[in-house]
Design a protein around this ligand. Structure first.
Ligand code: AMP
Length: 114
């Protein structure tokens, strides 16, 4: 896959304040927040999107979900709830082609999403 801004962030080439990091994933605030809390969780390994993941990535995908839960708790979102979203491809609204999970919280979410 082509390198992306998130690849550079994951490799530490763009200085970024991580709200969480471990061997496999990092989390940081979205540049253009769509909710009072808007954090992105990305794998260090570059995967384009969920559609490009394979069975080999199963444990990593589960880990990313767990990181979302850890970060949401850390940010105090557990009590009122929050949303975790991943956009895939053009119609899914994906604009950065390095897999990422959005954690959105701090306001009432609408359903269905636009
Ligand atoms: P998506 O549209 O699902 O691909 O989401 C990409 C998200 O990345 C958008 O919410 C952008 O605001 C966010 N974004 C783009 N560049 C950066 C950056 N350098 N740092 C933090 N967030 C970014």
């Amino acid at each position: 896959m082509e390198d992306t801004i998130f690849g550079k962030i994951a490799r530490g080439e763009i200085p970024t304040d991580f709200v969480y990091e471990d061997e496999h994933a990092v989390a940081f605030h979205d540049l253009d927040p769509k909710a009072p809390t808007h954090i992105l969780v990305i794998p260090r390994e570059p995967i384009v999107s969920l559609a490009d993941a394979t069975a080999v990535d199963s444990a990593l995908l589960g880990h990313l979900m767990m990181v979302c839960a850890i970060v949401a708790a850390q940010e105090g979102l557990e009590e009122n709830g929050y949303r975790v979203v991943t956009n895939i491809g053009a119609e899914g609204g994906q604009s950065v082609f390095h897999l990422h999970l959005h954690i959105l919280g701090g306001r009432q979410m609408a359903w269905p999403p636009g």
